[in-house]
Design a protein around this ligand. Structure first.
Ligand SMILES: Nc1nc2c(ncn2[C@@H]2O[C@H](COP(=O)(O)OP(=O)(O)OP(=O)(O)O)[C@@H](O)[C@H]2O)c(=O)[nH]1
Ligand SMILES: [Mg+2]
Length: 297
């Protein structure tokens, strides 16, 4: 992945520090503009640059490498919230582990579920898919196509059926078949539609009753191209259901990478998986440190 806006940040630091032989206020101003252009929120940008300013004053950072190294460590700290392990997907002690996948229309929920299934299958895990997006018949068909392609089980009801009943049946089926994971697709529920949010709460309630614990992950899918709008969507979902992490999709189709930092700064939710293309193998787990390295190399 290439985020040209970030690559320019390193170049800018080199230009200013080498050219003028010092870190000055103008550099901070230029970095601020660049970071905001790269989709970082004003809040996250201010936070990072204030830290950098303090470090420059206190530690007298003077060389390009010192400045870049400090910037990197602030960015990694922001992404990992001091807890690098929290970006790992939870696995239940008692199978099946249940992941609910939520998010607005078209962000990449169904595709991400296929990718995650593929990832788990590569680790020799058995997955049952739950077609709990019963809002449209086409949604059930789409998941069926993926289930056939991936040769995995799918539990589905008719369109219009109660999504929580689908999840309930999928958990039972997984148990009966000795499957390790249940991954539930849900409708692209518009966040201003109260009834859909209520439906989501019900799925969660029924799942908890059946499993004896809440869903192991409730993953919100966010399209990396949506910028601040994606953050607002997340806030709406968080009011309905406790989210455990983010799947950030379409990172391949944006030149910006800043939304990653805005998510961490504003939502305090870990990014767990990153989608980098339409194909089923185009998903990776998220490693804050590697990600920042790739941005500022
Ligand atoms: N480039 C790119 N495209 C993606 C990625 N993830 C999903 N897509 C594409 O985004 C489009 C929508 O994906 P879906 O998985 O159908 O999205 P959804 O959230 O399930 O949509 P609804 O069911 O309509 O709410 C499809 O064309 C996918 O191929 C990604 O990481 N990169
Ligand atoms: Mg879908």
């Amino acid at each position: 992945m290439q985020f040209s806006l970030f690559n320019n940040i390193r170049r800018k630091i080199e230009q200013v520090v080498t050219g003028r032989g010092k870190v000055d206020e103008d550099l901070f101003e230029e970095l601020e503009v660049m970071m905001i252009q790269a989709d970082l929120s004003v809040h996250a940008t201010t936070r990072i640059l204030n830290e950098l300013k303090e470090a420059v004053q206190e530690n007298r950072l003077a060389t390009v490498n010192e400045v870049v190294a400090h910037l990197k460590s602030s960015l990694v700290a922001l992404l990992s919230g001091g807890e690098p392990t929290k970006s790992v997907l939870a696995v239940a002690e008692t199978s099946p582990t249940l992941y609910l996948v939520v998010g607005v229309n078209g962000v990449g929920k169904t595709t991400s579920i296929a990718k995650l299934t593929n990832m788990l299958q590569n680790r020799d895990k058995r997955v049952v898919l739950a077609a709990a997006d019963t809002f449209r018949a086409a949604a059930i068909d789409q998941l069926q196509i993926w289930a056939d392609r991936l040769n995995t089980d799918l539990v589905k009801h008719r369109d219009g059926a109660d999504p929580s009943a689908v999840v309930f049946d999928a958990v039972k089926a997984a148990r009966a078949r000795g499957a390790d994971f249940v991954i539930a697709d849900t409708a692209g529920r518009l966040h201003n539609r109260t009834n859909l949010m209520e439906e989501l709460k019900k799925i969660n309630r029924i799942a908890e009753r059946e499993l004896g614990r809440p869903a192991d992950e409730v993953l919100l899918v966010v399209d990396a191209n949506t910028g601040q709008n994606g953050i607002n969507q997340a806030r709406q979902f968080m009011q309905a259901i406790p989210l455990s992490g983010i799947i950030l999709t379409k990172l391949d189709s944006t030149a910006k990478g800043g939304i990653v930092f805005s998510i961490a700064d504003e939502l305090h939710l870990p990014i767990k998986l990153v989608g980098t293309g339409e194909q089923v193998d185009k998903m990776t787990t998220f490693d804050p440190s590697k990600f920042v390295d790739s941005l500022l190399q």
